[in-house]
Design a protein around this ligand. Structure first.
Ligand SMILES: [Fe+2]
Length: 321
């Protein structure tokens, strides 16, 4: 019997050929994942923190860091067309190089949807702009597989690591907490309360504002506070007040604002490069924030893309109502 004329072999070859498009797709996806793994490896949170810890600050030594808000370019074509301004993210990363910041904290929503293609675009753009110094992130709802439905954060975690973490630098403790699923679990709240039990200054970063900050979270014609997270919000704010947190930085709403609420200052910074959608927040402009930490406290300078700068007043303020 000749092998080439075997009906079984012919059938096998035929199936193999028919599967060609699927094999190509699989290899394509594999190549993307490999590139993503290579590009994201240096940006792992643990590596960034090791790099930061290699140049420590004394407890009384003043230093600066930068806060950059949402940078995802808009999920749908029409939004990008109407509201996006391409290249802002890169320009702001380059502008940051002129300042002696110890690190940058990005407040989430790096990508429009947490899939490999989008993360690849983000890492390529970031690499080209070259942040130079440690670059840390908070996960946003858009960094998950689906930004608005129940979904997972697997890809973010494989690129960066844990979505809840903290570190100390000089006289301050910094805490990043994951509100990307639009709630805080009791275990997260217990963890937050525990890590905020310190005599150091305390700075918290998270993506979505708690619903009670209604100057930012109310959208016209819908349920009050819908733009923020509800479950765990009251407990979150109670912990921040009780632990006397110096500052909370939030993104998600593409604009800028400051609110003092029960002794805690909340700063909204969602102007990293994402489309400036119409919203209740009046102050919508591209910017990053330079934050100075010193023995005297925490102070900020807001730097606009147009070159304008201003300091946030120390007294009680309510901006962007
Ligand atoms: Fe968001």
């Amino acid at each position: 019997m000749e092998l080439a004329s075997s009906p079984d072999l012919s059938l096998g070859l035929d199936i193999w050929k028919r599967l060609e498009p699927f094999r190509s797709f699989y290899y394509h996806m594999l190549a993307k994942r490999e590139e993503l793994s290579r590009l994201s490896a240096p940006l792992k949170t643990s590596l960034q923190l090791t790099q930061l810890a290699a140049a420590p600050r004394r407890a009384d030594e003043p230093y600066q860091f930068a806060v950059l808000g949402d940078v995802e370019p808009g999920r749908f074509w029409i939004w990008r067309k109407l509201f996006n301004r391409p290249g802002v993210f890169s320009r702001q990363i380059r502008a940051l190089q002129d300042h002696p910041v110890d690190f940058t904290m990005q407040l989430g929503d790096m990508v429009s949807r947490g899939i490999a293609r989008n993360y690849l675009r983000f890492f390529r753009e970031l690499r080209k702009a070259g942040p130079g110094r440690p670059y840390l992130t908070v996960i946003g709802n858009h960094d998950r597989l689906d930004p608005h439905l129940r979904s997972n954060s697997r890809l973010y975690r494989s690129c960066f690591g844990s979505t809840n973490y903290f570190f100390d630098r000089g006289g301050a403790r910094f805490v990043a907490i994951d509100t990307s699923a639009k709630h805080l679990r009791p275990s997260q709240l217990r963890w937050l309360d525990r890590v905020l039990r310190t005599s150091l200054r305390k700075v918290v970063f998270t993506h979505i504002p708690p619903a009670p900050l209604r100057a930012w979270t109310d959208f016209p014609g819908v349920k009050p506070g819908v733009g923020g997270f509800q479950r765990g919000a009251a407990e979150f704010m109670e912990i921040l007040s009780r632990r006397r947190v110096d500052r909370v930085y939030l993104g998600h709403i593409h604009g800028f604002g400051v609110q003092d609420y029960k002794g805690v200052r909340y700063v909204l910074s969602g102007g990293g490069g994402s489309p400036l959608f119409p919203s209740k927040v009046r102050d919508r402009f591209y910017h990053y924030i330079l934050v100075t930490v010193s023995s005297g406290g925490v102070t900020e300078t807001v730097c606009g893309l147009d070159g304008g700068r201003f300091g946030i007043p120390a007294g009680q303020v309510l901006l962007s109502f």
